[in-house]
Design a protein around this ligand. Structure first.
Ligand code: GLO
Ligand code: MG
Length: 345
């Protein structure tokens, strides 16, 4: 589709070795440069980054070494006509973050989390992007009595404020998820993410990222979660994917489970000119059964599904829909949508 106006991204972790909690890797590691080439060849515009995707071994690199490495990555991006969408501090792998990062009961762990996030902000600056994603992976508990939830909420707010203060150009997007790796997380929905942002020291610099699967895991509709953030002009990124009900976070290709649910996400994004506001990001995993040379089709499929659904959205007969809404003939409206999704015979 020509002239759709959208820009697309995925993260290096979306081309992966295929390990799961019950089995080892099944594909070789792909070098960052090769992932970048795939990104470009598939028609994407931007790369998403964890801090250590840009600067491996971040915890043991000197500050100058960190900036030097980040700069080399920026050069690679520029050479390929690409850009960095965001940098996210990876606060869930280091032993210090075993019981959470900003909400850990251990003050040394909380300090580590703040210092690590400041490094992520510095890397972002060096990559030429001021967007930081906070996926609050371990900010929750395995048992509810382990932490004070009121205190944890204050600690999250304090962390957001510290980062806003550290870099006056930084914009933060909170990516909520209700569970996994924790039993229960403190910021499970967009409502939680946005209330935290509104309480911060600079609310215009805190927005949200909706991941389709995370909304579904919270028992919510991703398009409605997006709409809530759009209503306050706070939807600055999305992680499109799909999820087959309430189980582990599957990160299936966008639209692979429920095409109509995917259609409605594209519809609300397009009705609210999301192409002017942010990049359409994917967060999808290849099936473990795919051999290495075929393990990027989940990215291709997701992008194509978005573009095909965009065609459907833009071809809808809006006058007819308004008429049906006014007449409250929702069965006919239902058919109009289903018929459009089924395509021509
Ligand atoms: C996991 C999250 C994860 C984040 C990424 C960026 O469930 O979706 O993939 O999006 O680490 O912070
Ligand atoms: Mg995500």
């Amino acid at each position: 589709m020509e002239k759709h106006g959208y820009r697309f991204s995925f993260g290096p972790w979306n081309i992966h070795e295929g390990a799961d909690p019950f089995g080892p890797t099944v594909r070789p590691t792909v070098a960052f440069a090769a992932k970048l080439a795939t990104l470009k060849n598939l028609g994407f515009d931007a790369m998403q980054f964890h801090d250590d995707d840009a600067v491996p071994n971040l915890d043991s690199v000197s500050p100058e070494g960190m900036l030097h490495q980040a700069n080399a990555v920026r050069q690679m991006l520029e050479d390929n006509g690409l850009f960095a969408e965001f940098v996210a501090p990876r606060l869930w792998e280091h032993p210090m973050t075993i019981d959470g990062a900003f909400t850990s009961n251990d003050p040394a762990a909380r300090t580590y989390a703040i210092e690590r996030s400041k490094k992520a902000a510095d890397i972002g600056r060096e990559l030429g992007c001021n967007l930081m994603v906070l996926w609050l992976a371990r900010e929750g508990t395995y048992i509810r009595e382990a932490k004070d939830a009121v205190l944890a909420t204050h600690r999250l707010l304090e962390a957001v404020n510290t980062l806003l203060d550290y870099d006056p150009e930084l914009r933060i997007v909170i990516e909520p998820k209700p569970n996994e790796p924790m039993d229960l997380a403190y910021i499970p929905t967009i409502g939680h993410a946005l209330s935290l942002g509104m309480q911060s020291s600079d609310p215009v610099r805190v927005g949200a990222l909706v991941e389709s699967a995370h909304a579904i895991l919270a028992g919510l509709d991703p398009a409605d979660e997006m709409s809530f953030a759009l209503a306050f002009d706070r939807l600055w990124s999305v992680h499109l994917n799909d999820q087959n009900g309430l189980k582990f976070d599957q990160d299936k290709a966008f639209g692979a489970v429920d095409l109509r649910r995917a259609f409605n996400q594209v519809r609300v994004l397009d009705e609210n000119s999301f192409w002017e506001k942010g990049v359409v990001g994917l967060d999808v995993k290849a099936m473990r059964t795919q051999p290495a040379e075929l393990a990027t089709k989940h990215l291709r499929n997701s992008l194509h599904t978005f573009l095909r659904l965009l065609e459907v959205v833009r071809s809808l007969d809006r006058a007819k829909m308004d008429e049906l809404i006014m007449a409250r003939d929702y069965e006919e409206l239902d058919w109009l949508v289903v018929d459009a999704l089924l395509g021509t015979r």
